[in-house]
Design a protein around this ligand. Structure first.
Ligand code: UDP
Length: 183
């Protein structure tokens, strides 16, 4: 769906329900996080209240490094560490914002609010920047628009992390709605 809307990705096809063929890329050691609504580490680190609308959406970069605890990076730190070029940082931010608009609209048609999500990118052998990795309830915060209760609305990994139960049925509900949506 993203490819048809002009976002270059590493995706080729799905060879089985739990497999995908992808183009080989060199992954940038960055997590690109986009936020439409305050949750998770944004609330923890800033004191902004859970559920606050973030407008314009926030695009953040985190360093993928377990030993350092995946720290939040500034653009200057990212350049200092040579994790990406200035041109790549601009491309990443533009792509992240475009992907956000597409996914926000798509999930909205599924009756789901896209709260925040994480993307990863890589470069192919021609140095083209491609969206890589996966987009799933493991990498997104998704809230059910038909639920007002703050726990009942959670359809993502937070159900597991916060021990809310019904993890599988929530993921299946996301899948059902995504598949029902014509793209
Ligand atoms: N995220 C992810 N992998 C990570 C860190 C974050 O997929 O290693 C996703 C997370 O699921 C959420 C978004 O990125 O949708 C923002 O996460 P946040 O910074 O709030 O961190 P959290 O407190 O969720 O770990």
């Amino acid at each position: 769906m993203l490819e048809t809307k002009g976002i270059p990705t590493h995706f080729i096809d799905t060879s089985a329900p739990n497999e995908m063929r992808v183009c080989r890329v060199e992954i940038l050691p960055l997590e690109v996080v986009v936020r439409n609504i305050a949750a998770g580490s944004l609330c923890k680190q800033t004191g902004i209240a859970l559920g606050t609308i973030v407008n314009p959406p926030l695009v953040e970069f985190y360093y993928k490094n377990d030993d350092l605890g995946d720290p939040l990076l500034t653009r200057d730190r990212l350049l200092l560490m040579k994790l990406a070029t200035g041109e790549q940082v601009d491309q990443l931010e533009t792509a992240a914002r475009e992907i956000n608009e597409i996914l926000k609209e798509f999930f909205s048609q599924c009756g789901i609010t896209l709260v925040d999500f994480k993307l990863e990118f890589g470069t192919d052998k021609h140095q083209n920047l491609l969206l890589a990795d996966e987009i799933s309830p493991d990498t997104c915060r998704l809230w059910d628009n038909s639920e007002t209760d703050p726990d009942a609305r959670v359809m993502d990994k937070d159900r597991f992390r916060r021990d809310l139960g019904s993890v599988e049925s929530a993921y299946q509900q996301v899948l059902k709605r995504v598949l029902a949506q014509k793209v």
